[in-house]
Design a protein around this ligand. Structure first.
Ligand code: ASP
Ligand code: MG
Length: 443
């Protein structure tokens, strides 16, 4: 069985949905599960509308009209989504009255994107002669905890899900919502923004699928972000570890957590291009090795760099333990760390969590917080074993006039990480890409 997930751009409009129809039709011979995101832009529009409502501006019509236009283009009857439009209006009215957008209401309002998209896509497929049926994933066993904004299925969901899928009619393709879930109490939850990939891998893991396919708009995973590097090229094979690293450090191709279920269940992930379905894309599994030792360049912007300086740190055992205890208690996730005798610098993403931790951190020493930093990462196997690679990377960034403020380069790690200014991304990434992939192909 194959789980196929189509992202927002793959289901953006009728042209794109026709491509999806052809792709799915071409694989009819095998058991399929199709997971869909919301149409491109709908989730963001729901978020904006909900934030407006929380500030007292009740304006549900633009987002509803946007969804309506796609449904009309697909020839769906008005009744198909009318109940959802009614619920969206009611919910936004409620948010605008209480002027509060809780994480729980956030998940509820954003869930409509996927709930509406699967319904109109399945309806369209049926009218085009492909037997399909829309499902909310929670009706197929995707019951989660109540961690709104990053809900995860409850332990043991696999068996429930297996039974639910086994009971579905074999002659119809199930078209399932990504992103959403429901708690045992019946609250709508969500796995987190861009989380439909994760829904797909969780389903694939539960069902023991032969493969999970992530269909998007690039030729698989690329050596760099194609919006910054013209010559970015496909990586045919990757190991789970490298792909996870890359996803975490900002590759737009995959949701960071999405590889975990596939990795633990041993289900290979294939990343494919809806606009060029004949391209083999990228296969990610636990035995593939990228043919080149440097696989890719990724970056994560909008990072915060924090430096804590304290002379008490000098030669004292347990100082860093205190620092990380504080960070841990306040839920601060740290990406990169560099330490010297009297200071420790680190980068992180979550400013709100940092604000909670700062008073206690400041009690340990002097804290400097700088925003607008980018974590730039070269991912590959055994980088530290390649003599001169670090120097070459730093040389290339210097040549581009980019100042590197921190680096991290572990012996067995599969990345070489640097901290630069957000404003330097456009200069640093193309130069590194040229050096690592275009001028002299890595050994
Ligand atoms: N529609 C959701 C979002 O935009 C989930 C996804 O597209 O993966 O965040
Ligand atoms: Mg996506």
């Amino acid at each position: 069985m194959i789980v196929m997930k189509f992202g927002g751009s793959s289901v953006a409009n009728r042209d794109q949905i026709d491509k999806v129809l052809n792709i799915v039709r071409g694989r009819r011979g095998q058991a399929l599960v199709v997971v869909c995101s919301a149409h491109k832009g709908i989730t963001n529009a729901l978020v904006d509308t909900a934030r407006d409502a929380a500030e007292g501006r009740y304006a549900p019509e633009p987002v509803i009209e946007r969804q309506q236009a796609i449904a009309a283009e697909l020839g769906c009857a008005d009744e198909l989504l009318a109940p959802f439009y009614g619920e969206i209006r009611d919910l936004l009215r409620g948010i605008s009255l209480v002027r509060e957008l809780s994480p729980r209401s956030f998940d509820y309002i954003t869930s409509f994107g996927e709930r509406m998209s699967v319904r109109c896509i399945a309806d369209y497929f049926v009218r085009r002669g492909l037997a399909a049926r829309a499902y909310d994933v929670w009706d197929l066993g995707f019951i989660t905890d109540r961690t709104f904004g990053r809900a995860r299925p409850l332990p043991g969901y696999e068996a429930t899900m297996k039974a639910a899928f086994a009971a579905l009619p074999a002659d119809e393709i199930p078209m399932v919502t990504g992103y959403v879930g429901k708690s045992t109490q019946g609250d709508v939850t969500a796995v987190g923004r861009n989380g439909s990939d994760l829904t797909a891998t969780l389903i694939a893991a539960a069902l023991g699928a032969d493969e999970v396919q992530i269909w998007s708009d690039t030729d698989g995973v690329l050596t760099a972000d194609p919006s910054v590097v013209d010559g970015a090229r496909n990586i045919p094979l990757m190991h789970f570890g490298e792909a996870a690293e890359l996803a975490y450090f900002g590759s737009r191709a995959l949701h960071p957590s999405s590889l975990v279920p596939a990795m633990s269940a041993g289900v290979p992930v294939r990343v494919l291009n809806t606009n060029r379905p004949e391209h083999p894309g990228t296969v990610i599994d636990d035995h593939s090795r990228a043919s080149e030792s440097v696989t890719s360049i990724a970056y994560k912007e909008n990072q915060i760099a924090v430096t804590l300086r304290s002379t008490r740190m000098f030669g004292q055992a347990g100082f860093l333990a205190q620092v990380f205890d504080i960070l841990g208690r306040h839920g601060v996730v740290v990406d990169l760390i560099a330490t010297s005798e009297i200071s420790v610098s680190m980068t992180l993403t979550d400013g709100a969590a940092l604000d909670r931790a700062l008073p206690e951190l400041s009690a340990l020493g002097e804290c400097r917080v700088v925003r607008g930093k980018t974590l730039l990462v070269v991912v590959g196997q055994s980088l530290a074993h390649r003599a001169g690679l670090g120097a070459a990377i730093l040389g290339a960034t210097a040549e581009a006039g980019v100042n590197v403020e921190m680096i991290s380069y572990g012996l067995h790690s599969i990345n070489f990480s640097m901290v630069i200014d957000d404003a330097d991304i456009d200069r640093a990434v193309p130069v590194l890409h040229r050096m690592l992939f275009e001028d002299r192909p890595p050994a």
